[in-house]
Write a protein that binds this ligand. Structure first.
Ligand SMILES: NC(=O)c1ccc[n+]([C@@H]2O[C@H](COP(=O)([O-])OP(=O)(O)OC[C@H]3O[C@@H](n4cnc5c(N)ncnc54)[C@H](O)[C@@H]3O)[C@@H](O)[C@H]2O)c1
Length: 285
């Protein structure tokens, strides 16, 4: 239960979903947590994002695990605010060892305006860069940087069986952001290797969170229906993976995050780790 004992971990998008799961699993393994989230909606993104109550609950769960936590309402698109809140949190907790750049949106849909492209790219790529670059001055040898990508985002936008893989301008922005994370993390791993700071990306397939369980995602997976439900989408969710499952759970991603955060992975860097039940094998990415 002490795989990351004494480490301090920054997690963005920590109020719910994968981010909250990472916070709880890392706290269970002995880490203190800096938990940031926007806690507001973004207009082009049809499904609601997390709330301040969600972020408070993450904080409560970390404390319940016996660890310290600093929570703050921060927009990863705002580098100045990120840096200010992170500097204050590191001053409180004393150090920073691991960065999990996890916050994301998926404003999918053919009716989404061009602003959806801007928002998806700004959160899913620029937000990751802002997070990591704000953290770099705090990181020393042994530190680990983890970016959350997406297997679906790696599929060419011209798509699957002649269909656009991720629909609309927001889908284009999401896919571009996740593809660019691959090259960004590879370059950064090479740059930080001599400093013994590691950089890896994790690419989940469908993961059972509010992002997946949302009307835009249901329409993506059931383009044949006008108003598909969760049950309609669950019929086709499994087609994505080689293994017989509609999705992975947040804790399946957290296990990889704990490994990459811990010294067990001390020589693992520059990896693009798919936690995807074989989706990448099927999609050829
Ligand atoms: N759920 C999936 O099927 C799936 C698949 C592959 C990759 N991913 C990726 O996993 C990551 C986590 O998503 P999730 O599945 O937990 O979804 P989620 O919607 O439950 O969680 C995303 C979190 O990010 C926060 N957030 C959004 N914009 C923000 C901003 N500008 N600043 C700070 N916080 C912000 C939200 O409030 C929310 O708490 C994302 O990067 C997503 O792209 C998800």
């Amino acid at each position: 239960m002490n795989r990351v004992a004494g480490k301090v971990v920054l997690i963005t998008g920590a109020a719910r979903g994968q981010g909250r799961s990472h916070a709880v699993h890392l706290a269970d393994e002995g880490a203190d947590i800096i938990a940031f989230d926007l806690c507001e909606d973004i207009a082009s993104n049809e499904y609601p994002l997390a709330t301040e109550a969600d972020l408070e609950e993450t904080g409560r769960l970390v404390e319940k695990a016996g660890r310290r936590v600093v929570t703050a309402k921060v927009d990863v698109r705002d580098r100045a605010a990120l840096k200010r809140e992170l500097d204050a949190a590191v001053a409180t907790l004393g150090r920073l060892d691991v960065v999990v750049a996890n916050a994301g949106i998926a404003p999918l849909g053919n009716d989404v305006p061009v602003q959806g492209f801007v928002d998806a790219f700004d959160v899913d790529f620029v937000g990751v860069i802002n997070t990591i670059h704000s953290a770099l001055p705090h990181l020393d040898a042994g530190a680990s940087i983890i970016a959350t990508g997406s297997v679906a985002g790696l599929v060419p936008q011209t798509g699957l069986n002649g269909q656009q893989a991720l629909q609309g301008p927001g889908g284009d922005g999401y896919g571009l952001a996740k593809k660019m994370l691959w090259t960004y993390t590879t370059s950064l791993a090479l740059t930080l290797g001599p400093k013994s700071i590691r950089v890896n990306a994790i690419h989940p397939t469908n993961c059972n969170t509010d992002m997946l369980q949302s009307p835009p995602m249901f329409r993506t997976f059931r383009p044949d229906l006008e108003n598909p439900t969760a049950e309609d989408a669950k019929v086709t969710f499994p087609f994505m993976q080689a293994m017989p499952t509609p999705w992975v759970e947040p804790e399946d991603i957290s296990h990889a995050v704990v490994f990459l955060s811990s010294d067990e992975s001390r020589f693992v860097t520059g990896q693009q780790l798919r936690v995807d039940a074989g989706a990448g094998l099927k999609l050829g990415v």
